[in-house]
Design a protein around this ligand. Structure first.
Ligand SMILES: Nc1ncnc2c1ncn2[C@@H]1O[C@H](COP(=O)(O)OP(=O)(O)OP(=O)(O)O)[C@@H](O)[C@H]1O
Length: 288
């Protein structure tokens, strides 16, 4: 499978926080959701992908090219959509088109008007009067109008109402039908990902915990509940996190098959949601 993005040991150090040795591959033609709690390093990683931050160590490649030698060619092929007003506030969409369009070889006026109409965006109103949802749509319309193959979005659904969020997710799914486009987006709303993502990349405290297909996650991860008498040094090895309560334990496993073999019918095994995985591993992979 072709990788559109490849991060190799990408590292960025800030005072008091660092994103460490990120090895991440984003597969062509799929939707990858990027999750992690506040301050986990999602935006920092996305900024390294966009060349808005230079890694202190490691490599970042997009479409097999690096920014040192192919910045323009890479940027032509990416659309970046993020939470916040990207544009000069007093301008309207037509002004924006006049400024942004010529910067892209593949800019397509027809497509721009198609999306402006589809998203029901006013052409002549100042962007500063747009609602958050409209600004997100405007940003997406611009990204799509230069035929971006890779769309990177930093929390595109944050602050949007549930109806609009669902519409946006449907739209993103529609954009994927030809198989050539790739979508990578960070979010805190994990249920959005259950709906549309093919892969989930999970970052925690600046470390990439996994990048797996939704199917593999469903197959491997599970919440396990059982009596304390079942626990010993060997059986505990099946868990990535273990919570002991007064009457029993609740654990998270990333190896459901092993749990089946070790515990059989003596435990209850439940589907682990992405939220479960994030919650149970919050303090790092550990035993409590
Ligand atoms: N330019 C910077 N200088 C110093 N520290 C920074 C800088 N940018 C980010 N950080 C720190 O890096 C950490 C990770 O921030 P980042 O924005 O990548 O997290 P995030 O996962 O996107 O969080 P959120 O979900 O809250 O948006 C935070 O502690 C933040 O304060």
């Amino acid at each position: 499978m072709e990788n559109v993005v490849e991060l190799r040991n990408a590292t960025k150090k800030f005072k008091g926080f660092s994103v460490n040795n990120i090895n991440l591959e984003v597969k062509k033609g799929f939707i990858t959701g990027f999750i992690g709690e506040n301050g986990a390093g999602k935006s920092t990683t996305i900024k390294m992908m966009m060349n808005l931050l230079k890694p202190d160590a490691g490599q970042v490649k997009l479409f097999g090219l690096d920014y040192q030698t192919h910045e323009k060619a890479i940027k032509e092929r990416i659309g970046f959509v993020y939470d916040g007003n990207v544009f000069f506030e007093g301008l309207n969409l037509i002004d924006i088109k006049r400024i942004v369009g010529p910067a892209y070889k593949q800019w397509d006026d027809k497509l721009f008007y198609h999306y402006v109409e589809k998203f029901e965006l006013p052409q002549k109103k100042a962007i500063k009067t747009f609602s958050k949802g409209m600004q997100m749509k405007a940003s997406l319309a611009i990204a799509l109008s230069h035929h971006a193959e890779l769309i990177i979005m930093d929390e595109p659904t944050a602050g949007l109402d549930p109806i609009f969020r669902r519409e946006l997710l449907n739209l993103l799914q529609e954009l994927m039908v030809d198989g050539n486009r790739t979508l990578f987006f960070s979010t805190h709303i994990t249920t959005d990902l259950d709906r549309i993502a093919d892969y989930i990349a999970f970052i925690q405290r600046g470390e990439l915990i996994f990048n797996q297909s939704i199917l593999d996650i469903a197959e491997n991860y599970a919440v396990v509940k059982g009596g304390l008498d079942l626990l010993d040094r060997d059986t505990e090895k099946s868990f990535v996190h273990l919570n002991r309560g007064p009457t029993g334990f609740v654990a998270l496993t990333d190896n459901r098959k092993e749990v089946d073999q070790v515990f059989g019918d003596s435990v209850v095994i439940e589907h682990a949601t992405l939220e479960d995985i994030m919650y149970y591993t919050k303090g790092g992979m550990q035993y409590v």
